[in-house]
Design a protein around this ligand. Structure first.
Ligand code: KG4
Ligand code: ZN
Length: 406
C-alpha cells in the first residue's frame, strides 16, 4: 500500500510518501519521500507561530513540497494514457475554485498541476487536527483537491496519533545514512515496523499538548491525564522568551542547560504528588519569572543555571507521572512523542527510571530526526487507519480534535 501523507497543523509544510509491505502481522515500510519545509525562522521574529502567516506560507509551499516528494519517490503515473480535454479541464478548475475558495494563493499554484496524471498511490492521509485552524485547512483542502484530481480516497489523521506512531520506526537509527544499508532496486531501504506490546503508555509532549495516553490496542486511546494550562513545550518557549533567548525555546533551553547547574535554583514541581495524571506548568513558568526579577544581574552562567533548573523541574514531573502510570496500568511498552521528545535529558531520565522501576516494559523513543512535525508520521498513522477512508467532499479540519474521540 502506498500512502501519501500531508501535514500542516502548525508551522511545518510537509509531504511524505511511504510504501507498506503486505504482511499484516509483520508490516515493513519503505520511506519513498519525506519532505519538510519549515517556517520556523519566519515565526521566530514574532516570538511564536502566527496562524495567518502560517496559512499564507503553507499555501505558497505545498505544491513545491509535493513535487519534490513525488520526484524523490519515483512513483510513476497510474495511467499511461491520460488526456485532458478542455471540457474536463474546465470542470476540474470549477471544482478547484470551490474547494480553494479561501486559499487563493494555493489555488493559483495548483493550476500548474491540474493536468498532471494521477499518481501511483492508494490513499492520501492528512492531518485534520488538532492544530491551528487556518493552517490545518490549507492541508485539508490541498488533500481534497488531490483526492478529487487523482480519484484517491482520503484518510483523516489525528496529528498526535502521528507522533505516537513515529515510535514504530525503531529500526531507523540516527546513523542510518552513514552505515551501509541494503537497498532495493529503486534504492530504498526496507524497515520492519517495531510492534507495540499492549497495554502501552505514551507521553505526548509538544508545543500544544502534554498528555499521558493509554493504548490497549492500535487505534484505541484513553487519555489518563493532560495539562491543565501550558503544554510542556510551551513552557520551554515561554521561559526562553523571558530570557530573550529566541524561539522555539526547547532546543535553546536544553542546549544551555547542558552546561548549567540544575541544583542552583529549586523550582516547584507542580502536581508531582497529585493523585491523578494531570500536569500544570504555568506556576513553574511564573516561578522562573519571579526568580529572574529578583536576580539583579543575569549573566550567562545564571542563564545556564536557570535553564538547567527549569528543565529539571519539568522533566522530574514528566518522568514521575509516566512511571506511576506505567506501574499502575502494567504497561508493556512506554513511548514518548512530540517536539519535546527530542529533549536528551527527558529521553535519558525516563529510560533510566524505567529500567529501575518498570524493567519489564520495552522503551521506545522516536528517532530524533522525526520528533518534530513531519508527514511521514501522518502517512504511517494513515496506514493504521486505512479502513477509515473518506470522500473529499465531507472532509473537514477539526482544530480541537482529541485522541479519545477519533
Ligand atoms: O510537535 P512539535 O514540533 O509541534 C507541535 O505540534 O506543537 O513541538 C514543538 C515544541 C516546541 O514547543 C519546542 O520548543 C519543543 O517542541 N522542543 C523541545 C525540544 N525541541 C523542541 N522542548 C524541549 N527540548 C527540546 N530539545
Ligand atoms: Zn506536533
Amino acid at each position: 500500500m502506498v500512502i501519501l501523507g500531508i501535514e500542516s497543523s502548525c508551522d511545518e509544510t510537509a509531504v511524505s510518501i511511504i510504501e507498506i509491505d503486505g504482511k499484516k502481522n509483520a508490516p515493513r515500510i519503505r520511506i519513498l519521500a519525506n519532505v519538510v519545509s519549515s517556517q520556523v525562522k519566519l515565526h521566530a521574529k514574532f516570538g511564536g507561530v502566527v496562524p495567518n502567516l502560517a496559512k499564507r506560507e503553507h499555501q505558497r509551499n505545498f505544491v513545491a513540497v509535493l513535487l519534490a516528494a513525488l520526484q524523490e519517490a519515483k512513483l510513476g503515473n497510474s495511467k499511461s494514457e491520460y488526456r485532458n480535454h478542455t471540457r474536463i479541464l474546465n470542470f476540474k478548475f470549477k471544482i478547484l475554485n470551490s474547494i480553494l475558495e479561501r486559499e487563493p494563493e494555493l489555488l493559483s499554484r495548483m493550476k500548474k498541476i491540474v493536468a498532471m496524471p494521477p499518481q501511483n498511490i492508494d490513499a492520501i492521509a492528512v492531518t485534520v487536527g488538532p492544530g491551528l485552524a487556518p493552517a490545518l485547512w490549507v492541508g485539508v483542502n490541498f488533500a481534497r483537491v488531490l483526492s478529487f484530481l487523482w480519484a484517491k480516497p482520503i484518510i483523516p489523521v489525528n496529528h498526535l496519533e502521528g507522533h505516537i506512531y513515529t515510535n514504530l520506526l525503531q529500526h531507523i537509527r540516527e546513523e542510518t545514512r552513514s552505515k551501509k544499508q541494503r537497498t532495493d532496486r529503486r534504492g530504498f531501504v526496507l524497515y520492519p515496523l517495531s510492534p507495540i506490546l499492549f497495554p502501552a503508555l505514551c507521553l505526548i509532549v509538544s508545543g500544544g499538548h502534554t498528555e499521558l495516553v493509554l493504548m490497549r490496542r492500535y487505534g484505541e486511546y484513553r487519555i489518563l491525564g493532560e495539562t491543565l494550562d501550558d503544554a510542556a513545550g510551551e513552557a520551554f518557549d515561554k521561559v526562553s522568551k523571558m530570557m530573550n533567548l529566541g524561539f522555539p525555546g526547547g532546543p535553546i533551553i536544553s542546549r544551555l542547560a547542558e552546561s548549567g547547574n540544575e541544583k542552583r535554583f529549586l523550582f516547584p514541581r507542580p502536581m508531582l504528588n497529585s493523585p491523578n495524571f494531570n500536569f500544570s506548568f504555568s506556576g513553574l513558568k511564573t516561578a522562573v519569572l519571579y526568580k529572574l526579577r529578583d536576580l539583579k544581574k543575569i549573566n550567562t552562567k545564571t542563564k545556564r543555571d536557570i535553564a538547567a533548573s527549569f528543565q529539571a523541574a519539568v522533566i522530574d514531573v514528566l518522568v514521575a507521572k509516566t512511571i506511576r502510570a506505567a506501574r499502575q496500568y502494567r504497561a508493556k511498552t512506554v513511548m514518548i512523542g512530540g517536539g519535546v521528545a527530542a529533549n536528551k535529558k527527558l529521553r535519558h531520565d525516563l529510560g533510566l527510571a524505567l529500567s529501575l522501576q518498570v524493567p519489564s516494559a520495552q522503551y521506545f523513543v522516536p528517532n530524533i530526526l522525526l520528533t518534530g512535525d513531519n508527514a511521514l508520521m501522518i502517512a504511517l498513522a494513515g496506514y493504521f487507519n486505512r479502513k477509515k477512508k473518506k470522500a473529499w467532499r465531507s472532509l473537514q479540519a477539526l482544530p480541537n480534535l482529541r485522541l479519545d474521540r477519533l
